[in-house]
Design a binder for this molecule. Structure first.
Ligand code: ZN
Length: 152
């Protein structure tokens, strides 16, 4: 086998092994689609000897083959893992909900700060207007005294 074909063959085998690991590692909870792109079906494996009991249930890829490249999650395990995941999400949501009153107080405080800040801007503007008017008054007063002293 020539070296380039050997390298290509090695890469192809490595990709196949990586794909097997990816399928094995990502099979968790109730799958919504298979890595092959196949739809997940609720499969019931029928056992002929148990007429009264339903067979074992699976979340299976519609293209399922026992080659390790498709999802086939036992229904009970999938539902159990999904319940654990959902419980964690509910716990996270509860922690966030506990913070809402604190955040509401902080927002109220910020609104009060914003109100005082806008009042301060108005007061500063009025002070500047007053100071300008005062300077104009002083300069007019100086002109008046100079002209008064100058004529007296
Ligand atoms: Zn598949």
């Amino acid at each position: 086998m020539d070296p380039s074909a050997e390298i290509t063959d090695f890469k192809r085998k490595q990709e196949f092994i990586d794909h097997l690991y990816n399928v094995a590692d990502s099979s968790y909870g109730m799958p919504t689609s298979c890595p092959c792109g196949g739809r997940i079906i609720d499969e019931v494996r029928v056992k002929e000897e148990y007429d009264t009991r339903p067979g074992k249930r699976f979340f299976s890829c519609i293209n399922y083959e026992a080659d390790g490249l498709h999802y086939r999650q036992p229904w009970v395990i999938g539902v159990q893992e999904e319940m654990v995941r959902m419980r964690e999400r509910v716990d996270e949501a509860v922690e966030i909900i506990k913070c809402v009153p604190i955040l509401t107080k902080q927002i109220d405080s910020l609104e009060v700060c914003e109100h005082f800040l806008s009042l301060w801007v108005i007061i500063k503007f009025e002070i500047i207007k007053f100071v300008n008017t005062f300077y104009v008054f002083i300069s007019e007063l100086q002109v008046f005294f100079i002209s008064y002293v100058g004529t007296g």
